[in-house]
Design a protein around this ligand. Structure first.
Ligand code: PLP
Length: 382
């Protein structure tokens, strides 16, 4: 059956088309043009972060963030084991070493304990990720880092609009990065954003973004830079998206609430775990996700296949933990990340998914769990 419910899809309901068309008609299609400054200002205003810099994707923004922190070979950065690979790779691009910390089994994010266990005398910083949209305890991680003289980068690729005690994620550390890939809360197709607290380091990142060219002297390149710029067309789409962000966030709240209500009976029977709810930590519900406690990786794959083939419902497994990937494997054991990587499942989450759609997805999920876990568990209890 063709996919009827993808895990995510961009929803372009506002001025995206007219702004992008304007960029094309005025011929400002490259990385100059008015939409870049307008999108950067809109991001700064929304997030409450001065001097946001847009980039061509979130990964390059992470690389610039690491460079802005003067990360160098020999340094170590604590990165959650359960994240998307770009968080770790950005550290490696600088010749430094990502050291993986385990996550909390309920929040799926870093904890102060797991960070402390991973800390060595080479640790220069922490990269905190807000996995699937739920903020990690960045307020407390920021305190820990500043006490120990280390920096904090927030990888907010998945958390646009999430808050901690009413404050947007992104403003707790020394730098923050967002992604505007097509599956994110707001999208520019490919795109990203960087914010750096220190003004001098921010200017350095801006220079590195634009081929290392001096900000006040054309064709004078005092350092080896990169071309990590966003195009005006992408920024035009981004401006249309951010104008609608409150709508998209409200949609995600409605969707998460509906999933939670429909799946609570399964959770009460111990057949799955729902995302944690922590007072003061407001998720953006990037991808509503569940953990299938009694269904190991093979059972989960079977369940995903069944949902896709019989119902046209796309789901995704949680990320493979970083320390299990060939380039980062050193034989570490980080049991929570491993368990979640093997049992976690992302469900369709995008604005416009109706309550009826969610009900249909939940019925199909319930049937699949009954079949795979209860009626024919086949020894795959993970
Ligand atoms: C946690 C995390 N960090 C970084 C990125 C990288 O962003 P991009 O795909 O825009 O390069 C992603 C993107 O999917 C992500 O989920």
């Amino acid at each position: 059956m063709p996919i009827r419910y993808p895990v995510s899809q961009p929803v372009l309901l506002g001025n995206e088309k007219s702004y992008a068309l304007d960029a094309i008609e005025t011929t400002w299609i490259s990385s100059n043009g008015p939409y870049i400054a307008r999108f950067e200002k809109a991001l700064s205003d929304y997030l409450g972060l001065d001097g946001c810099l847009v980039t061509n994707n979130g990964t390059t923004a992470l690389h610039l963030a690491c460079l802005a922190m003067s990360l160098k070979p020999g340094d170590e950065v604590i990165v959650p084991a359960l994240t998307y690979v770009a968080s770790a790779n950005a550290v490696s691009y600088c010749g430094a070493r990502p050291v993986f910390a385990d996550c909390d089994p309920d929040t799926w994010n870093l904890t102060l304990d797991s960070i402390s266990r991973a800390w060595t005398d080479r640790t220069v910083g922490v990269m905190a990720v807000h996995l699937y949209g739920l903020p990690s305890p960045v307020d407390r991680i920021a305190e820990l880092c500043s006490k120990r003289g280390a920096w904090l980068i927030e990888d907010c690729a998945e958390s646009f609009g999430a808050t901690v005690d009413g404050r947007q994620t992104g403003g707790f550390g020394d730098a923050a990065v967002f992604s505007f890939y097509g599956n994110k809360t707001i999208s520019t197709g490919e795109g990203g954003m960087l914010w750096v607290r220190d003004r001098q380091a921010r200017d350095h990142a801006r220079m590195l973004r634009g081929q290392g060219m001096d900000l006040n002297r054309r064709y004078w390149h005092p350092v080896i830079g990169y071309n990590y710029r966003m195009t005006n067309v992408a920024a035009a789409i981004g401006l249309g998206q951010i104008e609608m962000v409150d709508h998209h966030l409200a949609e995600r709240r409605r969707i998460a609430l509906r999933y939670r209500r429909r799946l609570e009976p399964l959770a009460a029977r111990g057949l799955l775990k729902l995302p944690a709810q922590i007072e003061g930590y407001v998720s953006t519900h990037w991808l509503f996700s569940v953990v299938l406690d009694h269904c190991g990786p093979e059972g989960r794959d079977h369940l995903m296949q069944r949902l896709a083939e019989n119902h046209g419902i796309e789901t995704r497994p949680f990320f493979v933990p970083m320390h299990r990937l060939p380039m980062y494997s050193e034989g570490q054991s980080l049991p929570n990340a491993e368990f979640l990587g093997a049992h976690g499942l992302n469900l369709p989450t995008y604005s416009g998914l109706s309550d009826d759609d969610i009900d249909e997805i939940c019925v199909a999920l319930e049937d699949a769990i009954e079949e795979i876990v209860i009626r024919s568990p086949s020894g795959d209890k993970g």
